[in-house]
Design a protein around this ligand. Structure first.
Ligand SMILES: [Zn+2]
Length: 822
């Protein structure tokens, strides 16, 4: 039986049983070996009480819980790792015979909650002759389930936190009355509960504890989605060790980490926000509800820079010859999926000016334009929060650094460096306090599958943002900066509701970018209308070409945020490779927010948004949390008939386009007759006339003069011209020269490549080839265009380009492209 999930159909399982125990802190201690493409080391997990059970006493409720959790406990036939044996002695073949056994009766891959419970035998699983005998003690042992994929787990043990000298001072636990097991649990419970203002001591104790000796290995086994751990005799979560150490190695092919070369040809590795997040980087509790802090010590060869989600900008410590150690930490609890690491030979890009000038760039703490602080205290769990810090509240620009491969230093200096301060400042002027204290920006390798990705304290940007004028770079940077609020500081409780981060970031990027350029209001509005018009086209296109069930922003409907009794859940369509290429959540979410902002008035909407951020930062939300608070903040007579129910029904649980948005269609048409888009309309008409004209012009007739257009305008122009049946090579050549298309940003060049392919303009095929190599984040669609025309030369071009990049291409993209090609 093949129990592998079908990615085209299946949802992404989140297996961790967070109802029973919640990770509060991770301590990672890792070595990065770029030659073997392996990250190896230990992770120590410190647990607090589960999401469901706030008391540690074994209640009758707990017993009932145990009953319903049968699927998550060991069965007698199931093999599991035996302590004291070297995992490497198990050959991959050993486990296979047992597959038939443990697979039996598991044909139903869903438990009662509709959650995946796939049990696939993994080569890591040892032979069944070392079965755990769960039958000996009447009740079954509690099973800790962690999310884990493609990791070689070598050993799991309890950490003897009681052996750390001095730690007992912090604990209220009576030292003599308790058993050693209880003492260790009590120490961890007190440690994780230390108040926010003691975080330095707390993190120091976490670090010391992580170095403490082990005190008993724990049974474990792995399958394709999880690592399951138990201790003989520990029948409930309350009895289970609260500090455990896992020894493990990543696998080179693990989906969380991409091993590749940077643009200088030097090796590097980065996490890329794959659908499985960080499960192939470290075993963790994936459900967003498991919000934790972390610290990490990472060792790498001295030629590497280690960048990470960390609030400190780490300086490396020299170790043995040729090695450096980097230490980062984060004190704001966040889902483990937000953790990011990148290790490579990057350089920090500094301004071209001399170093002494840098002092000038320091920004004094000016009083903010408006007071964004509110009298109430924060609503999240306690942590050292910037929203409570008066000096943080007025900091318009947070400290930031830019990293890139050496060959892109100049491009970063020209295109990116000067944009960071105005974009950060714009974000602050719209939303107030930056949720994070500092920011690194890294130009990621060419195979990065999107234009950008935001994680706590670090933004990845594609090299595609560096070409052309500042427009694409600025808007994308604004988009990623917006994620600091929406996506990170305020997370989605159910990842299926992706629009909560992408819709907001898309809507805010325009607002931030207009502010960053200091555009006068009417110009800002014109620019935003033009971008709405472009997005409207894109959404139409997307809706025509995607299955209806993928067009819903809240496909789980009223079950959104639902988890099984253990805390496990699924992310709808989470494994569908097409999802990564779809923009419905971005676009439809954007149009919903645009609709709300326009209906309620910008002032009202943005002042509400600041209140919303203040109330919900540091927490997870569902769509209804936002909508409810929005409507409640508006007097009933001013709600214009809007209710939470009708917004959910019209916008979140429908495929296609909501009727309220249809006025956008009319406006998109109107837009083409006025403003920035209107000017595009008259240029399009000129080009069409030019194209119709006979080849030989009559002497003396003046050449058509074309207006200068912004990148967004050129995109619209090219999209309009794409609707033309035929454009002559002369027209295309003239088009290219007029707008210097090969020097424009990647959005413009993408449309240009589409035109080149559509009209078989062979003279520009070289530019398509270049695009497919240098702008891989955007090129996937072009492969399809090259193939559908059934033109031998174009198909050859597609095959040749894929041949050149496929080895390094992002896995999901490579899969989609190879389906188009073969
Ligand atoms: Zn706060």
């Amino acid at each position: 039986m093949d129990t592998k999930l079908d990615p085209a159909r299946d949802d992404l399982p989140l297996m961790a049983n967070t109802s029973h125990m919640l990770v509060k802190h991770y301590v990672l201690d890792l070595d990065v070996d770029s030659e073997s493409r392996v990250i190896e080391g230990t992770i120590v997990l410190f647990f607090g009480d589960g999401n469901r059970f706030k008391t540690q006493a074994v209640s009758s409720q707990d017993t009932i819980q145990m009953e319903s959790e049968k699927d998550y406990t060991f069965r007698t036939t199931e093999p599991c790792h035996v302590p004291k044996m070297d995992a490497s002695t198990f050959s991959p073949q050993m486990g296979y015979n047992e597959c038939a056994v443990c697979g039996k009766g598991d044909q139903d891959a869903f438990d009662n909650d509709g959650n995946h419970d796939n049990r696939e035998c993994d080569s890591e699983i040892s032979s069944s002759k070392y079965c755990c005998d769960t039958g000996n003690h009447g009740r079954e042992d509690f099973l800790l389930v962690l999310d884990c994929c493609d990791l070689s787990v070598l050993k799991v043990e309890e950490v003897d936190v009681a052996a750390v000298p001095g730690l007992e001072r912090f604990t209220k636990a009576p030292k003599l009355a308790a058993t050693p097991e209880k003492l260790r649990r009590d120490i961890v419970r007190d440690l994780v509960a230390l108040p926010a203002d003691a975080w330095r001591e707390q993190f120091d104790w976490y670090a010391r504890c992580s170095q403490a000796p082990g005190c008993g290995e724990l049974f474990f086994d792995t399958d394709s989605w999880s690592l399951r751990i138990r201790r003989t005799g520990a029948q409930t979560a309350a009895d289970f060790p609260h500090a455990i150490r896992i020894w493990y190695k990543t696998k080179p092919e693990g989906q969380s980490v991409t091993w590749t070369s940077d643009q200088d040809g030097r090796p590097c590795v980065y996490t890329m926000g794959s659908p499985i997040n960080n499960r192939a980087l470290f075993p963790c509790q994936e459900p967003p509800v498991a919000m934790s802090t972390w610290q990490a010590t990472v060792r790498a060869a001295a030629s590497f820079v280690v960048l990470m989600s960390g609030e400190n900008s780490a300086k490396p410590t020299p170790l043995r010859e040729g090695w450096m150690s980097w230490h980062y930490y984060v004190t704001m609890p966040m889902p483990a999926s937000t953790f990011t690491i990148a290790v490579g030979s990057w350089i920090e890009v500094k301004p071209k000016t001399s170093p002494s000038d840098e002092l000038v760039i320091e920004h004094p703490l000016l009083p903010a334009k408006a007071d964004f602080r509110y009298a109430e205290t924060c609503s999240h769990v306690e942590y050292p929060c910037r929203f409570q810090d008066a000096s943080a509240a007025t900091q318009e620009i947070i400290p930031h650094r830019v990293f890139a491969p050496l060959c892109l230093e100049g491009a970063c200096q020209e295109a990116l460096l000067c944009l960071v301060p105005p974009c950060l400042s714009a974000a602050h002027s719209v939303l107030g306090t930056h949720p994070f204290s500092r920011l690194d920006i890294l130009i990621v390798p060419a195979n990065f599958p999107s234009l950008g990705m935001a994680s706590p304290h670090i933004i990845f940007l594609s090299q595609s943002t560096l070409t052309g004028m500042s427009h694409l770079c600025g808007t994308r940077l604004c988009h990623e900066i917006a994620h600091a609020w929406f996506g990170l500081a305020i997370g989605a409780r159910d990842w299926t509701e992706e629009w909560l981060s992408e819709g907001f970031a898309t809507h805010l990027e325009d607002v931030f970018w207009a502010e960053a350029q200091q555009l006068p209001p009417h110009e800002a509005l014109e620019q935003q209308e033009l971008r709405a018009c472009l997005r409207w086209h894109r959404l139409q296109d997307e809706l025509r070409n995607s299955p209806e069930e993928m067009q819903m922003l809240r496909p789980n409907k009223e079950d959104t945020g639902h988890v099984s009794s253990s805390g496990a859940s699924v992310v709808k369509h989470g494994l569908n490779p097409e999802k990564g290429f779809m923009q419905v959540h971005y676009l439809k979410g954007y149009f919903l927010l645009r609709f709300l902002a326009r209906t309620l008035g910008k002032e009202t909407y943005f002042s509400f948004l600041r209140k919303f951020v203040h109330l919900f930062h540091g927490q997870l939300i569902l769509s209804q949390d936002f909508l409810q608070m929005l409507l409640e903040s508006i007097p009933e007579d001013k709600r214009l008939g809007l209710t939470v129910e009708n917004i959910i029904c019209d916008w979140l649980e429908c495929s296609g386009i909501p009727k309220q948005a249809l006025r956008e269609e009319q406006e998109a048409e109107d837009c083409k007759r006025s403003g920035l888009a209107g000017r595009v309309g008259s240029e399009v008409a000129k080009w069409i006339r030019l194209n119709r004209r006979p080849r030989k012009r009559k002497r003396g007739k003046p050449e058509a003069a074309f207006e200068k257009l912004s990148p967004d305008q050129i995109v619209l122009l090219l999209e309009c011209l794409l609707e033309q049946k035929a454009l002559s090579p002369q027209t295309l050549q003239r088009l290219q020269q007029t707008y210097r298309l090969q020097e424009q940003d990647a959005e413009v060049r993408h449309r240009w490549c589409e035109l080149v392919i559509k009209h078989k303009y062979t003279r520009a095929y070289e530019q398509v080839t270049r695009f497919l190599q240098e702008d891989q984040a955007m090129g996937v669609y072009l492969y399809g265009e090259l193939m559908v025309g059934e033109d031998a030369r174009q198909q050859q071009l597609a095959h040749r380009c894929f041949e050149l990049v496929k080895e390094h291409m992002d896995r999901a993209s490579a899969q989609v492209v190879s389906e188009m090609l073969f």
